[in-house]
Design a protein around this ligand. Structure first.
Ligand code: SF4
Length: 350
């Protein structure tokens, strides 16, 4: 397939005579937004359904994590450094923005190393970086911890909710006929994970983020799905190499180790998270501040959990666009720039 026009033709002419739909899950929240923004949904025939998945790091971070961060800020006096998206995510009682209005110090940073720099120049403050995200962002959190250790910073730690994708794909088995794998994640992990999933009957295609890359990936998915057997293709070879990024993988393995992890909507997925190794325990905010185990309580009207599993569309949530909007979000999926509810709100219920 050479051109965008070829891809469009394959997508728009796809028909099924069994009355079913080919269900394709965009695992990555950025894919969801780009597919909307580029108008690709308008090209899809009746027989193709796109489902949003759990690939938005802010969205899958459980409510209890926000509660822990609020406790650190309000009760332990820590300065919280975080990416901006997390600040407005509702916790059980309040968001970090709410904590800030009660006097907590919440700082927006653009990388974990910014938080280390802040800690280095404010030695009399305890600085906690909120480390969330997948294989794409975890290496930078590990780099920050390494740097803090080298600098001998006793006032820096991370509150971690880092996650890895392979076991999430297994947990999502059956929710779609094929996955659009997140290119950013595969750029780090490589493609062996996807090859392994094919052996277990899970199909998918790695894709990038441009119109040409997304259209090609959808067309390839449609073509391969008609062969009737599990498949995998790397449609993002300019960035994703089979071996991934060995230096980033080595750094993650040095600083962190796999653990069970709670995902909003998906519950605890075994070995789907990363925590600091014992050698780095001094930089683990939960240990440093002796945080109690906190289980967050979601707002009962919010269907983020179902949205993240592809069980419903954001527009199926009864408060979507009415009570819940980007200005007044009820759940994480409406807050984050990568959230499915935010995409549906921004680009329309297509
Ligand atoms: Fe949750 Fe709002 Fe999305 Fe409904 S529209 S699922 S309340 S984030």
């Amino acid at each position: 397939m050479n051109t965008i026009e070829n891809a469009k033709e394959i997508i728009s002419s796809y028909k099924r005579d069994d009355g079913k739909k080919l269900r394709i899950m965009e695992v990555c929240g950025t894919h969801t937004h780009e597919i909307f923004r580029l108008g690709i949904r308008k090209l899809l025939p009746e027989s193709v359904e796109l489902i949003s998945g759990p690939g938005c790091p802010v969205c899958v971070t459980p409510i209890g994590f926000i509660d822990e961060a609020c406790m650190l800020a309000l009760q332990k006096g820590a300065v919280i450094c975080t990416f901006g998206d997390l600040i407005r995510v509702p916790g059980t009682e309040m968001s970090l923005a709410g904590a800030r209005s009660k006097g907590a110090v919440i700082k927006t940073v653009y990388s974990p190393l910014d938080a280390v720099s802040y800690a280095e120049s404010h030695r009399d403050e305890q600085v906690v970086f909120l480390a969330v995200g997948f294989e794409t962002t975890t290496p930078s959190a590990c780099l920050a911890v390494e740097k803090a250790k080298k600098l001998g910073l006793e006032n820096f730690s991370i509150l971690g909710a880092n996650k890895t994708m392979p076991n999430a794909y297994k947990a999502l088995e059956g929710s779609a006929d094929a996955f659009l794998y997140p290119g950013h994640v595969n750029a780090i992990t490589g493609t062996a994970v996807c090859e392994e999933l094919v052996k277990k009957g899970v199909s998918g295609v790695v894709t990038g983020f441009t119109a040409a890359e997304l259209l090609t990936a959808l067309a390839v998915t449609i073509e391969l799905s008609q062969r009737g057997e599990p498949f995998f293709r790397n449609c993002y070879p300019r960035v994703v190499k089979p071996e991934g990024n060995p230096a980033a993988i080595k750094l993650m393995e040095k600083v962190m180790t796999p653990c069970d992890s709670e995902w909003r909507g998906l519950g605890i997925i075994p070995m789907s998270g990363m925590i600091l190794r014992d050698e780095y325990a001094d930089f683990d905010a939960r240990k440093k501040f002796s945080l109690p185990k906190i289980t967050g309580k979601p707002n009962p009207v919010c269907r983020c959990g179902d949205v993240l599993q592809g069980k419903c569309k954001p527009s199926d949530c009864k408060v979507f666009g009415k009570v819940c909007t980007p200005l007044h979000p009820i759940g994480a999926c409406m807050v984050s720039n990568e959230g499915a509810c935010s995409a549906y709100y921004q680009y329309g219920n297509l």
